[in-house]
Design a protein around this ligand. Structure first.
Ligand code: PEP
Ligand code: MG
Length: 319
């Protein structure tokens, strides 16, 4: 099956009824880009820029960041690159960005909150992205957004930097990884270019189970109907304003979940590079109307186990 999937890995992601579903890869560094393209990735839906910032004594400067982002975009050979703004905080500490010890880092200073609290760091990263985006299909994505005001503040900083550089502002999208963002998806979608759901964090916040706490992490399941209802609400919010909704969290790499996500209205999946060909093969084998009826059924399930059973039955019935 893997060989068959690889053979058609470079075809566009499209369901059996012809609906376009973009299948992208998540990347953390330059060396992963070329193999992702070789594996069929149609672009990068999540570049985790924090890997450039961790395990070093000082932050990468504007020139170094510009060179990295440009090199990664170039390795994608014209395919889109969604660059996520720095997502570090209490749980992913960097020595040059001191954050006071927090009792509850998952709810503390992290993601875009760090950038808004440290405008120097945010401005430098934005300038680097804006420079790299000249002539390259780069988009900006903000992590850990909980309120429309945070998006507006980011847009203000980004617009100011673009004006200083005399360049156009690339599209800015929002990661939906807090329940607040999912519930407010329509208000966010009204103000930004796209939404991309971070199901890893969305699951931990929906279930109030810390991803990093071994006492509860085993109980985390992104197929919990509570999470799926938040995804449904996000898709409805995006659709209302004509904005695309993607998934860049772990659910996009799980074949069991893909028909549900498509049925809920997701049109972009950003998966682990090694899973791209298999996810594309699965996309080719499903019909959107069937996915919608599956999605309607799983939204009524009482728990993740029932969702998994329905999804497995659906996949078992595919040609
Ligand atoms: C997520 O939360 O689903 C996500 C993609 O971000 P990260 O796993 O890097 O927190
Ligand atoms: Mg996250």
């Amino acid at each position: 099956r893997r060989a068959a999937a690889m053979e058609r890995a470079h075809e566009e992601g499209r369901t059996s009824d012809g609906t376009r579903i973009e299948v992208f890869a998540n990347l953390g560094k330059l060396s992963e880009a070329a193999p992702a393209v070789a594996g069929g990735a149609e672009g990068c839906g999540l570049l985790r820029t924090e890997f450039l910032f961790l395990d070093r004594q000082s932050a990468p400067d504007e020139d170094e960041q510009t060179a990295q982002y440009a090199a990664i975009a170039d390795a994608l050979e014209g395919r889109p690159l969604v660059i996520r703004l720095l997502d570090i905080g209490g749980d992913k500490p960097a020595p040059y960005l001191p954050i006071a010890p927090e009792e509850n880092p998952a709810m503390g200073l992290r993601g875009l909150r760090v950038g808004l609290a440290r405008p120097d760091v945010l401005a430098t990263q934005l300038r680097a992205i804006l420079r790299a985006a000249q002539g390259r299909p780069i988009k900006i994505m903000a992590p850990m957004v909980a309120r429309v005001a945070e998006l507006r503040e980011l847009q203000g900083v980004a617009a100011a930097q673009a004006a200083l550089l005399g360049v156009e502002l690339p599209e800015i999208g929002v990661m939906v990884e807090t329940p607040a963002a999912a519930v407010m998806a329509d208000a966010l979608a009204a103000q930004c270019a796209f939404l991309s759901i971070g199901t890893n964090d969305l699951t931990q916040y929906a279930l109030a189970m810390d991803r990093g706490n071994p006492a509860v992490a085993a109980g985390l399941d992104g197929l919990d109907p509570s999470v799926l209802r938040l995804i449904a609400q996000t898709c409805a919010g995006g659709t209302r304003h004509g904005k695309w909704v993607g998934v860049c969290g772990g659910l996009a790499s799980d074949p069991l979940t893909v028909p549900i996500l498509i049925g809920l209205g997701v049109t972009e999946l950003s998966a682990a590079p090694a899973m791209v060909a298999e996810i594309k093969a699965l996309v080719r084998s499903v019909d959107v109307a069937d996915c919608r009826s599956l999605a309607a059924r799983v939204l009524e399930a009482e728990g993740a186990a029932q969702v998994r059973a329905l999804a497995a039955e659906f996949i078992g019935g595919l040609a």
